[in-house]
Ligand binder design. Structure first.
Ligand code: ADE
Length: 251
């Protein structure tokens, strides 16, 4: 269960290694993270990793060769003996939109439900991008975390790491909390409340205090459906609702 990251800025990843669910999962050894810096594979004494784009234009493009070598080393580390080579994923705004179903796919081999590919290599680009020939030859999939441009792929790689790790068995305290996440059933999450019972004149919905677990479950499912219908009707279009959900939506 290894995730290798190819990045010019490994220090940024302390955000996922040092805190919360992902930090704990790393400490427990559920997943291992390691970094390869393309600068270490540069061929000149200035450790150059970028150059001007052919055809002109602003910005710089990452050189193919230091990245190829960094990916090769990362892939070797992330691939267990006898297994298929670790998948190499490039994060960029040009990639397929990353959704929970893609995260589940990425986590499945790591969770050993599909053990043939247990490692993952995440390539975080910088500058205007990466030489296209490197992407054509070394990258298996390209994912985007949204229709906006970040200054580099590191934040996107951290998003992938966090989303994948929380699906690994044992990563979350409560056994089935990942199954209760928003999007795990294709819907947005229901609202949550904790103490006090009345906060600034706003009371917790009485059903949640009723102790009737059947009613609470129905109410939560109905809230999730209603919110999805109001806020993200596009999600509902993709779903086939079960009988109870159709009933709840009609109420
Ligand atoms: N790198 C820069 N912007 C990105 C985005 N939106 N998604 C993934 N990687 C990126």
């Amino acid at each position: 269960m290894r995730i290798a990251v190819v990045t010019l800025f490994p220090e940024m990843f302390s955000a996922v290694t040092d805190f919360g669910v992902s930090g704990r999962a790393l400490q427990q050894g559920l997943v291992e993270l390691a970094y390869w810096n393309p600068r270490q594979f540069a061929s000149d004494r200035h450790q150059t990793v970028d150059d001007r784009p052919y055809g002109g234009g602003p910005g710089m493009v990452m050189l193919a060769d230091p990245l190829r070598q960094a990916i090769a080393a990362a892939k070797q580390w992330a691939t267990a003996e006898g297994e298929m080579p670790a998948q190499v994923i490039y994060l960029s705004p040009q990639g397929h939109p990353l959704g929970q179903s893609a995260v589940v796919e990425l986590a499945a081999p790591l969770a050993a439900t599909r053990p043939e590919r247990r490692g993952l290599v995440l390539l975080a680009g910088r500058y205007e991008g990466v030489d296209e020939r490197l992407l054509e030859t070394e990258v298996d999939a390209e994912w985007s975390i949204g229709d906006y441009v970040l200054s580099g792929g590191e934040l996107a790689a951290m998003v992938v790491i966090d989303a994948v790790i929380r699906l690994l068995p044992g990563a979350l305290g409560h056994a089935d909390s990942a199954a209760q996440d928003s999007f795990s059933d294709g819907l947005l999450d229901c609202p949550h409340y904790t103490r006090p019972e009345c906060y600034r004149g706003r009371s917790v919905p009485p059903v949640l205090l009723s102790g009737d677990h059947g009613r609470i479950r129905r109410w939560r499912r109905q809230q999730a459906l209603g919110r999805t219908w109001l806020r993200r009707p596009d999600l509902l279009e993709k779903l086939t609702l079960d009988e109870e959900q159709q009933e709840l939506l009609a109420e």
